[in-house]
Design a protein around this ligand. Sequence first.
Ligand SMILES: Nc1ncnc2c1ncn2[C@@H]1O[C@H](COP(=O)(O)OP(=O)(O)OP(=O)(O)O)[C@@H](O)[C@H]1O
Ligand SMILES: [Mg+2]
Length: 388
Amino acid sequence: MYKNPFSKTVIGDDEPLCNQKELLSALLLEAYSGNNNVLLAPRRAGKTSLAMRLARDYRAAGGLATIADLNSVPSADAAADRIATAIYAALSVSDKIFKMLSGLVTAFTPVFTMNPDSSFSVSAMPSGKAKTGLERLVSVVDSLDKISSHSKTPLLVILDEFQDVALLNGSDQIEAALRSTIQHHKASYLFIGSRRKLLRDMFESPQRAFYRGATMRELPLISPSEFSAHLIALANLSGSVWSPAIADAIVDIAESHTYSVTAIAHALYELTMLNSPTELDLNKAITTAVARESSLFTSIYSSLNPPARNLIEALAEEPTKHPMANSYIANHRLSSHATVRKSLTALAEGDHITKSSDETIVLTDPLFKRWLNTKWNSRQLISNVTLT
Ligand SMILES: Nc1ncnc2c1ncn2[C@@H]1O[C@H](COP(=O)(O)OP(=O)(O)OP(=O)(O)O)[C@@H](O)[C@H]1O
Ligand SMILES: [Mg+2]
C-alpha cells in the first residue's frame, strides 16, 4: 500500500523538504550566534515547515529550540500560556534537562497528562506568582533568557505568526514590555509572520518598540525546476512515473506557490495513484484542488467589505500595475479612487495581494485567483430560446 506523498500540512521532521537550504543554513548560523531575525512570507508559503526543520537541525546539533504559535492569540495571558507550553515541550528532550531548567519558568507549573496511547502531553498552569496577563507574559519571556544562560548554545525561540500580538488590546504596552525584556537576551529569536505589512511595521517603523530589533528576511519561492523535480521524485517514491511536462505544468499553474503546488499534486496522485497522469487528469485535479479550498475562500471573500471584494475580483481577472487608472476603474466598475485606495490597503494588510517583481499587483494565492475567476458564472445555461 503506497501513501499519498504530498502532505497538505506542515512537513514532518523525517519528510523531505524541497530546497530552502541557503536560508536554513543562514538561520542556523544566526541561531548559534544569538541573533534575532524576522521571516516574512505569504500565507501557506512554507514558513512553519521551515521553522520546524530549523528547530530539528538545531536540536540535532545539541541546541535547545522552542516553537510557539501565536496565530490569532486572544490575549497576553494566552500568549504567555502558549510560550510556556512550548518551553516545556522543548525541555522535554531529556528528563535531566527538564528537571534542571523547567523550574526557571516561575510564572507557570507544568501539568502532565497521559494520552490513550500511553504517551504524555505537557501543558502550563499559572503558578500564581505573576498577577496580570501582561506580567505573566513578561515573566515567561524573561525565563527564556534564564534558560538560554544555562545552555551551551543560545536557546532558539521561534514565534510563529508573531504579528498577531500587535492586534491585541494594549498591544503598545505588550510590545514595549517584550522588547525591553528581549533586548539583552542571549537567546536567539526568529519572528515569523504571513501578514507581512503588519510584521514589517512592527520592526521597521521608528515609533514601534521592535524597531530595528532583528534582520528582515523573505522566504524565497522554490525555483520552478527544483519544485518540478521534487514532485517527480516524490511521486516516484510512491510508485508512479510523472512526466516532466506534467510536473512543470503543476508548478506553472500554481505559480510555484508552495501550498498550491502541493494541493494540486495531492489531488492528482489521489486521482491517478500508480498510473502516469495525463493532461486531462491534471485538469480534473486542478478543479478538485480548487473546490477543496472553497469553504476557506468563501470565508475570506465574505470577510472583505464590498469594495474590497470588487477590487480583488478585478485583480484576479486582470492583474495591473495601475489599479487607480481611470480606465481600470471604469472597466471593472469600481466605485472611486478613494475606495480603491482604501481597498488596496485592506487587501495588502490581509496579505491577499502583493506586488510581483515587475510591480504588477497580483493575488498572493494562485488557487484563490482561480476560484474567483471560475466561481461566479458570467454565463448561465438557458433553454427554450431560439436565436434567429
Ligand atoms: N520546502 C518545502 N518543500 C515542499 N513542500 C513544502 C515546503 N514547505 C512547505 N511545504 C508544503 O507547503 C504547504 C504549506 O506549508 P506550511 O504550513 O509550512 O506553510 P505556512 O507558510 O506556515 O502556512 P500558514 O500560512 O497556513 O501558516 C504544506 O502543504 C507543506 O507540506
Ligand atoms: Mg504556518
